[in-house]
Design a protein around this ligand. Sequence first.
Ligand code: KIV
Length: 284
Amino acid sequence: MSPRVDVQTLRGRKRRDGAEPIVMVTAYDHPGASIASAAGVDLILVGDSVANNVLGYEDTLSVTVDDMVHHIAAVARARPECLIVGDMPWMSYHLGSEDAVFNAARLIRAGAQCVKLEGGRKRVPAIEAIVNAEIPVMGHLGLTPQSVHAMGGMRVQGRRVDAAGALIADAKAVEAAGCFAVVVEGVPDALGAAVTAALEIPTIGIGAGADCDGQVLVFHDVLGLGPARAPKFVRRYANLAEDAVKALAAFAADVRSGAFPTAAESYEASEQLRAALAPRSERA
Ligand code: KIV
């Protein structure tokens, strides 16, 4: 199936021009992508947050290009009607433009239609090189999880006037380098609004207030499959982990009591087979 949106139409999707807000959600596998597509979201981000949400890592730094290829391919096999954004993991675009293009191409060959990478002015050469290879790039600014150690933890960014100004300069730089959209994460709402106003390309916020051109959340957070304590910007629309525990506990109880499986849940043997399999003492 082809996506409902493409990068060219997304590039101009600004709310100030009356456009509908962009909806993006992460997904990391075939069922997740099918669910996101059926729900009608615009973009699926196969995020490096697969690290925390699926692979059991503390942060995103352990995820490799091979991991991302594996998960992007699973998402692509669901043929979702959403644009698939492949997240470039840490160290896949930091060592030089050639390396960045090579790794971006691996994500595209796995099934992504564009890639996302974190960082501002420092990342301009990598963004330009990837865009020059005909691969659309989404930027990611603010609380960038791959910089967890450099930031001194997962902290809201751009609280000070100078830091806010630097973030706006970064946003303009990634736009000029060719990004078609930019994720803005973990910044005060007024800064989310200011970045959105400063750019011609859309902003997609996560913990960046209500004025961005779109919003993104993590699949596991929206559905209540993630940790009990989520960041304050998460709105939980279901509690699937609780439902799953109840369902598996009921299955375990039925197995232990003999209530599962019933005859209706079994394959019936023919009389002939039954007789042949019966213990000798029971045979006629
Ligand atoms: O990997 C991810 O989930 C992300 C979102 C937080 C934007 O980058």
